[in-house]
Write a protein that binds this ligand. Structure first.
Ligand code: URA
Length: 224
């Protein structure tokens, strides 16, 4: 879309008149739109930039420390998250908390957690590219507001949503990538670990243990 088209879309008729929510996913949400996470959350809860908004109980925006140096990005809410409005509170979330705790990282203090999509896809399916694109400006605003030094991308959808890369997670996990001046590491999604419980050397859980120790070491390094 060229900038003239973008500008012509950026007029009041394309916004919810009450609080200027861009109702069309083609309309960009410019960087700097939100002064704080509460304003952003309010928009997410009345957003219809994609059809996922039709069935949500709550938009799931984030949890944790709004000034954390580590941000964790997942895929999309499941049922527990849709019901509570908080990301990663079901079985995957409990495992994620345990993984963080194993290297003394607390979700409340050290981490801010969010997702590529803020609304639950039906039957917990993977969000489609249009849904990911419609929601991405919110995530970019969250990253700007939290300003993390480290971003952990849990699973292939998070990697694709942020970097656009379609590489398999098994291939790229554990490697630091520079994305927009931030250190990002793709890691396994906790739900994958729940399906693969072995702790043997070389297993997904063992690899996650290597990765989270590398994250802890980097966190200590950047805080020095
Ligand atoms: N899986 C995710 O990717 N995100 C959640 O919030 C919950 C489960």
């Amino acid at each position: 879309m060229n900038s003239d088209t973008q500008l012509s879309l950026f007029n009041e008729s394309n916004f919810n008149q009450k609080d200027l929510i861009p109702t069309d996913a083609k309309i960009p949400i410019p960087s700097g739109t939100y002064a704080n996470m509460a304003d952003l959350a309010q928009h997410c809860n009345s957003c219809h930039r994609c059809s996922l908004g039709e069935n949500r109980t709550h938009a799931v925006v984030g949890r944790g420390n709004l000034q954390a140096k580590i941000m964790i990005i997942g895929e999309a809410p499941g049922q527990n998250e849709d019901e509570t409005g908080l990301p990663f509170v079901g079985k995957s979330g409990q495992l994620l908390d345990k993984i963080l705790a194993s290297v003394n990282l607390s979700t409340e203090q050290d981490v801010y957690i969010s997702n590529i999509n803020k609304c639950r896809p039906p039957e917990n399916r993977v969000p489609i590219p249009d849904e990911m694109a419609a929601c991405k400006p919110y995530l970019l605003e969250q990253i700007r507001l939290v300003d993390p030094k480290i971003i952990l991308l849990t699973g292939a959808t998070a990697v694709k949503g942020i970097t656009g890369s379609k590489q398999g997670i098994t291939k790229i996990r554990g490697q630091w990538i520079d994305w927009e001046g931030r250190l990002c590491m793709p890691i396994f999604h906790p739900s994958y670990l729940l399906r693969n419980p072995s702790r043997e050397q070389g297993s997904p859980k063992w690899l996650m243990w290597q990765d989270i120790q590398a994250v802890r070491a980097k966190y200590d390094e950047i805080r020095e």
